[in-house]
Design a protein around this ligand. Structure first.
Ligand SMILES: C[S@@+](CC[C@H](N)C(=O)[O-])C[C@H]1O[C@@H](n2cnc3c(N)ncnc32)[C@H](O)[C@@H]1O
Length: 188
C-alpha cells in the first residue's frame, strides 16, 4: 500500500498537494526540494518515480538514507544540498517544493524559482506550496521569505496553471496564514 513505508518509519503521510499532483503526473525523474526525512520522497518512490531528494539538513538526509538502505530502495537518491545555490545539475519531469521555499534566503528566492523552471523538462511540472504575506494577511510567522500576491503566476508566465490558489488557513492559535499553492506545467 502506498504510504506504507511512511507509517512504518513514523513519518506523516505525503503532503496532500503531492498526492493530488500525482493523480495527473506520470512517473518520471522527480526532484523533492527540502525533503526533510522523506515523507514525500518515499511516497513518490513507491509510485515509481525516480526520486532525487535534497535538503540542507544532514540529519534529515541521514534518516532518509537509513530507510533507503534498510528497505533496499533503488529509485531514491538522498543528497545534502542548499537550494539557495540555485544550481541544479539535471532536468526533471517534476519538481516538488512543498513548505520549503519560505526558508530560502530572500535575496535568492527569484534565482531558486528560475532554476526550478529552467531545470524542468518540456511538458514537466513544478509544484510549490509556500507561505504568503500580503497587506490584508501579513504572515504571522517570521519566515525568512514569503510570496506576494500573484508572484508565482507572474514568474511562471507561459506555463499552464494546472492549479493555483492563495487560500487562507487558520492556525491552532487562531492566526491566519495564507499559502500560495501552484501546480504548473511547462509548455511541451
Ligand atoms: C517544513 S519542512 C518541509 C518538508 C517537506 N517538503 C514536506 O512537505 O514535508 C522544510 C524543509 O526544508 C529544508 N530546508 C530549509 N532551507 C533549505 C535550504 N536552503 N536548502 C535545502 N533545504 C532546506 C529544511 O531542512 C526542512 O527539511
Amino acid at each position: 500500500m502506498i504510504n506504507d513505508l511512511n507509517s512504518r518509519y513514523g513519518l506523516n503521510p505525503a503532503h496532500s498537494e503531492v498526492v493530488e499532483a500525482c493523480k495527473v503526473i506520470e512517473p518520471s525523474d522527480v526532484l523533492d526540494m527540502g525533503c526533510s526525512n522523506g515523507r514525500n520522497a518515499l511516497y513518490l518512490g513507491q509510485l515509481g518515480f525516480n526520486v532525487t531528494a535534497i535538503d540542507n539538513n544532514p540529519g534529515a538526509i541521514d534518516m532518509l538514507q537509513g530507510i533507503i538502505n534498510e528497505e533496499e530502495i533503488n529509485n531514491i537518491k538522498a543528497q545534502v544540498y542548499d537550494i539557495n545555490n540555485a544550481s541544479l545539475d539535471q532536468d526533471y519531469g517534476f519538481i516538488s517544493c512543498t513548505v520549503t521555499l519560505m526558508f530560502v534566503d530572500p535575496t535568492r528566492a527569484d534565482a531558486v524559482i528560475a532554476d526550478m523552471r529552467e531545470h524542468t523538462l518540456a511538458g514537466g511540472y513544478n509544484l510549490i506550496v509556500c507561505a504568503m504575506s500580503t497587506e490584508e494577511n501579513p504572515c504571522p510567522v517570521p519566515f525568512p521569505f514569503t510570496l506576494k500576491a500573484g508572484q508565482l503566476p507572474e514568474a511562471y508566465q507561459g506555463w499552464e496553471m494546472v492549479k493555483y490558489n492563495e487560500d487562507i488557513g487558520t492556525m491552532h492559535n487562531g492566526a491566519k496564514l495564507q499559502f500560495a499553492t501552484m501546480l504548473a506545467r511547462k509548455p511541451s
